[in-house]
Design a protein around this ligand. Structure first.
Ligand SMILES: Cc1cc2nc3c(=O)[nH]c(=O)nc-3n(C[C@H](O)[C@H](O)[C@H](O)COP(=O)(O)OP(=O)(O)OC[C@H]3O[C@@H](n4cnc5c(N)ncnc54)[C@H](O)[C@@H]3O)c2cc1C
Length: 393
């Protein structure tokens, strides 16, 4: 166990486990550490969006994950005035306790070694990084929204951006699609109902912007959502929580600039890969791991430190542009009437419906949606507001 490892990965969530799978399959000696033993719970909405499904397909794991979870073929967004917009798209819901354990099992089957270890420091990051009793040529930090370790490395820790709470509800009511509600009680956040296997639902509310999340009592919003949103009310009428709801912080918007320190590279939510406004983060955490593993494999082959220093630029080029539209959406849709207007248009217009479908599938940049909205008749004074946001002013 004390041999020098090619790569030590700290944190075995979707980012760390994806990196472990790719690197171990490529023949690297990989140590994957987590402070928890698996299976372990992770507070989440448990919905895999199309970006996560594409990474799983590239890893050859999509069929198995789809078999273990529930395949859902649409999402419905509700505006503040309850106007419904249906978006056809493929999702898979799977409890994180099962999904993350499956990824760790896959990494171990590929040759990685799993070690339960709470890492409190990384010594000698510029030469031979040391993680507890282990040394490695490269260390990947994949600790999610927990950035204590980054702080110990002398990196700016920033503050979390979002806050969300979720619970599991068992109910006889059948809801067959992902439900998202821009509920007046929660704006600028939203409430969700995601169907799982076994007659259970992941139900929650979240606020994914720092100033809005500060000082918010999310449990109060959660209760209001359950009591006022019609589908949630129906679900709870004959349903009940199977466990006490739990909350967690999120880091969103890929704002973190300190991504490498010597031979230490940060991936996943530790650099804020989660989308603002929607709080989706599993797919983007996995994608950041894919970017990092390409670079780490090049470094392991060449021993050239310059490879690792290219990582922030690779993230900026490959992932960063996708965040702009979500930042705009967060501003635009947190105003109830704009959400209502957009929903009314989308419900009536197949072309806006197709744009929404493209956004979910990441074939269309969300910025295009706001550009489209700014070309339609709007109430007095609204057009300049929406077009300014679309331009990013
Ligand atoms: C309520 C809620 C709902 C959400 N819903 C969704 C959703 O439906 N879909 C979606 O795509 N995203 C969702 N997200 C976001 C998603 O959960 C995260 O983006 C995702 O988990 C990030 O993956 P990660 O691998 O970077 O970090 P994590 O999954 O957080 O994994 C980090 C791991 O590091 C370990 N760790 C931390 N510190 C140390 C240490 N010092 N030493 C050793 N191990 C350590 C932790 O134990 C953990 O296992 C939600 C988040 C919340 C809070």
């Amino acid at each position: 166990m004390n041999e020098p490892w090619d790569v030590a990965i700290i944190g075995a969530g979707p980012a760390g486990a994806t990196a472990a799978i790719v690197l171990a399959r490529a023949g690297a000696k990989v140590l994957l550490c987590d402070k928890k033993d698996f299976p372990r719970e992770k507070v989440c909405g448990d919905a895999l969006t199309p970006d996560a499904l594409r990474v799983l397909a590239r890893l050859g794991l999509l069929d198995e994950v789809s078999r273990r979870g529930r395949v859902v073929d649409a999402a419905s967004g509700f505006s503040a005035s309850r106007i419904e917009v249906r978006i056809p798209a493929r999702f898979v819901t799977i409890r994180r306790v099962d999904f993350d354990a499956f990824l760790v099992e896959t990494a171990v089957a590929a040759g990685a070694t799993f070690e339960k270890l709470t890492v409190t420091s990384i010594d000698d990051p510029h030469t031979t990084p040391r993680v507890g009793p282990f040394t490695a040529r490269v260390v990947l930090v994949a600790t999610g929204a927990d950035v204590v370790l980054a702080g110990r490395l002398g990196l700016p820790m920033g503050r979390p951006d979002g806050l969300a709470i979720r619970g599991y509800v068992r109910s006889p009511v059948e809801i067959d699609r992902l439900i998202l509600s821009l509920d007046r009680a929660i704006l600028p956040g939203y409430g969700w109902i995601f169907p799982l296997t076994g007659g259970e639902y992941n139900v929650g509310v979240g606020v994914f912007r720092r100033r809005a999340a500060d000082g918010v009592n999310l449990r109060v919003h959660f209760t209001r959502f359950l009591e006022s949103f019609p589908l949630a009310k129906a679900l709870m009428a004959d349903g009940a929580f199977v466990a006490e709801p739990k909350g967690a912080r999120l880091r969103c918007g890929l704002k973190e600039s300190a991504m490498t320190v010597g031979r230490v590279v940060r991936i996943g939510e530790s650099i804020g890969t989660t989308f603002q406004f929607t709080g989706e983060g599993i797919g983007k955490a996995m994608e950041s791991a894919e970017v990092a593993t390409r670079i780490v494999l090049e470094y392991l082959t060449t021993g050239d430190d310059a490879c690792l220093q290219r990582y922030p630029a690779a993230i900026a080029a490959e992932l960063k542009p996708k965040y702009r539209g979500y930042e705009i959406a967060e501003h635009v849709l947190s105003t109830a009437w704009v959400g209502d207007l957009l929903a009314r248009r989308a419900a009536a217009s197949p072309s806006i419906g197709r744009v929404l479908e493209g956004i979910v599938n990441e074939t269309i940049d969300p910025v295009q949606l706001f550009a489209k909205v700014s070309t339609i008749p709007l109430p007095p004074g609204a057009r300049p507001f929406v077009s300014r946001l679309a331009r990013g002013d």
